[in-house]
Design a protein around this ligand. Structure first.
Ligand code: F6R
Length: 618
């Protein structure tokens, strides 16, 4: 939530900052702002709405400043107003601050600062921290003993008094060649360029300037002075920086000829799936292999239980992975919402492996669940798309998705890539136990076929678009599926509600008659997902129950799951495949259906209201 960018260099800062900010818009997009510093002092511009509103505003009075900070907001404290937008300026005009996170004890600090004469113009916790830095700056001496400057020391001192999470960047009106950043719980990355330094919440905002980045750790502060930087802990201990080179193709984050990133990412799934599998099958083609697990086969054989933790769509991926691991590796699996697990103090068996799943690798609840598991001494692994993300760095080992940047707020290609990795993991764990060579080899063949099968399904997009047009005005939907199709039903319902604001629920198909059937009417269509010949006759009975109550039926089925004539109002047929990969195929039509319904309703598909892609606050 919220994206921040900072720049200090020799070029005009405004264009560089706003280009970076546009790439972070997926993190929040209700308002944005920019502060630049030059000989005329700090100049702050803010606007409610998208970054393009800010761009239009700064064009009217261009600045020559060579340093600045900017922010795109997803509101936590205070409504969506210009006053609440960042950057904030301290009431003495000395400090400007952008922050991603939440300062939990802002209230007593605000009272204290008010008693000292500081004035507040917004409802935000960030303005409180901004003034707290100004308060320490006013008290601080010019050459503090820690080797920093009056400005860096004032940020450090202020941070000693705050509780909560933050990734921040600050400027001081008196310091034309200094910028300070700090992180605790929310990501912050330093970009080390040619004659320029950048700070950002995410590498995507700075890779067009430099591939050289330092991932700050929690409790670290970076002090940039001209072309130099130092990193230290909040306790002033020096940290030796590790400069990583990011391998990131900037064009991957461009929309190209597509109307929306979401559609582009749906169509990119064949390549994303290929990338997730590339180089990850054994030479004898009977199992998977992963380079970064950091757990030996012997250790994995000792595992009695696996705990899967995630949020949102990634949690749906976990439900599918649970099904796959239990079926193919016969290891008991539990799936937890990360946000619940972190506070639940759940008893775990001692031989439990904890696996977290996160596209961004920055979701705060998932990170907290990971940390809590590590604290208790469990081995932790992560499936993530976020190379160098906090979750990737904090876990003992893991599997990168290599799905490429996912910009659309609604997750699509990251989800199916998690499913393919889940299937490969189930295969690998299965082959360490009782899965035979032949069963393994069949699964490898099935996995390798997936990208081409997905290509065939996306070719049906115009057919699915036509179906979508018929249902645009419905206000309620049910998504129903059994066994491994239940998580896909949940995911279909989530996709529809988040991008088209239609109420939708996902249920195991047979559960419908225990309650949700009461919703069925001409106005509440049901999307059934049926790919398993073993249970298809049962699912057909559930469909008949809907039909008998005048409910419309949109059926996503595999070729071999034949339906009685006239049952479906609309139908999407997907190819038969290995059962381990059926959830991946079945997901594509529900993604497209949701996408086209949202488009037909005129919704902002890539930036749905109230949502942010990376949820780095609780
Ligand atoms: C929905 C969606 C969210 C995320 C959730 C977790 O389309 O994208 O539900 O899945 O916020 O995010 P990650 O996977 O980044 O941890």
């Amino acid at each position: 939530m919220c994206g921040i960018v900072g720049y200090l260099g020799k070029q005009n800062a405004t264009g560089i900052l706003l280009e970076g900010l546009k790439r972070l818009e997926y993190r929040g997009y209700d308002s944005s702002g920019l502060a630049v510093l030059d000989s005329g002092g700090l100049e702050v511009t803010k606007r409610v709405g998208r970054v393009k509103e800010l761009l239009a505003a700064v064009k009217k009075s261009p600045s020559q400043a060579k340093m600045g900070i900017c922010h795109t907001r997803w509101a936590t404290h205070g409504g969506v107003t210009e006053e609440n937008a960042h950057p904030h300026l301290s009431s003495d005009g000395k400090i400007s601050l952008v922050l991603n996170g939440v300062i939990e004890n802002y209230n007593p600090i605000r009272k204290f600062l008010t008693s000292k004469g500081y004035t507040f113009y917004s409802e935000t916790d960030t303005e409180v921290l901004c003034n707290l830095i100004a308060y320490h700056y006013a008290k601080e001496i010019d050459s503090p003993s820690d080797g920093g400057t009056r400005f860096s020391q004032s940020v450090r001192k202020a941070l000693h008094h705050v509780e909560g999470t933050y990734g921040l960047a600050a400027l001081c009106a008196d310091c034309p060649d200094e910028m300070v950043g700090a992180r605790h719980g929310s990501p912050l990355i330093l970009g080390v360029g040619n004659d320029e330094m950048l700070l950002a919440s995410d590498v995507s905002a700075l890779v067009s300037r430099t591939p050289n980045v330092v991932y700050l750790n929690d409790g670290e502060l970076v002090h940039i002075r001209g072309n130099n930087f130092t990193i230290s802990t909040h306790e002033s201990e020096d940290v030796q920086p590790v400069i990583n080179t990011v391998d990131w193709d900037v064009s991957e984050g461009e929309i190209g000829d597509f109307d929306h990133f979401m559609l582009k990412e749906i169509f990119e799934q064949p390549e994303a799936l290929e990338n997730a599998m590339r180089g990850r099958f054994s030479q004898d083609q009977s199992t998977a292999k992963f380079g970064g697990l950091n757990v030996t086969p012997q250790e994995l054989r000792q595992i009695d239980r696996i705990l899967l933790c995630a949020c949102g769509t990634a949690w749906h991926a976990c439900l599918t992975i649970e099904f796959l691991i239990e079926k193919y590796a016969r290891i008991p699996v539990e799936v937890e919402y990360a946000s619940e697990f972190r506070y639940r103090n759940a008893p775990l068996d001692k031989n439990t492996l904890v696996l977290v799943v996160s596209q961004s690798g920055e979701t705060i609840d998932t990170l907290a669940a990971l940390k809590e598991s590590k604290r208790k001494g469990y081995t932790t692994l992560a499936i993530t798309n976020g190379v160098g993300s906090t979750i990737a760095r904090e876990s003992d080992g893991g599997i990168y998705q290599h799905a490429g940047p996912e910009i659309g707020v609604a997750s699509t290609k990251a989800f199916t890539s998690q499913l393919v990795i889940g299937a490969m993991l189930a295969l690998y764990l299965g082959r360490l136990r009782d899965l035979s060579f032949n069963e393994g080899a069949e699964m490898v063949i099935g996995l390798k076929e997936v990208p081409d099968l997905v290509r065939k399904i996306v070719q049906q997009s115009e057919h699915i678009h036509t179906i979508a047009k018929k249902y645009v005005h419905k206000q309620d939907f049910l998504f129903l599926g059994r066994l491994s199709m239940f998580p896909i039903a949940l995911e279909g319902a989530l996709k529809l509600k988040e991008i088209s604001y239609i109420h939708a629920e996902g249920y195991p198909a047979a559960e419908m008659k225990h309650g949700p059937i009461a919703l069925i009417s001409e106005d509440c269509p049901s999307v059934f997902i049926a790919t398993e010949p073993d249970t298809v006759s049962k699912v057909i009975s559930n469909m008949q129950e809907v039909k008998a109550r005048k409910g419309q039926l949109i059926i996503v089925r595999s070729e071999s799951c034949e339906m009685p004539d006239g049952l479906a109002d609309d139908e999407v047929v997907i190819p038969d495949c290995h059962p381990a990969v059926a959830p991946i195929l079945a997901c594509i039509p529900v993604q497209l259906l949701s996408y086209y319904i949202a488009v037909e309703r005129g919704c902002d598909v890539d930036k749905p209201r109230n949502l942010a892609k990376s949820v780095t606050v609780e």
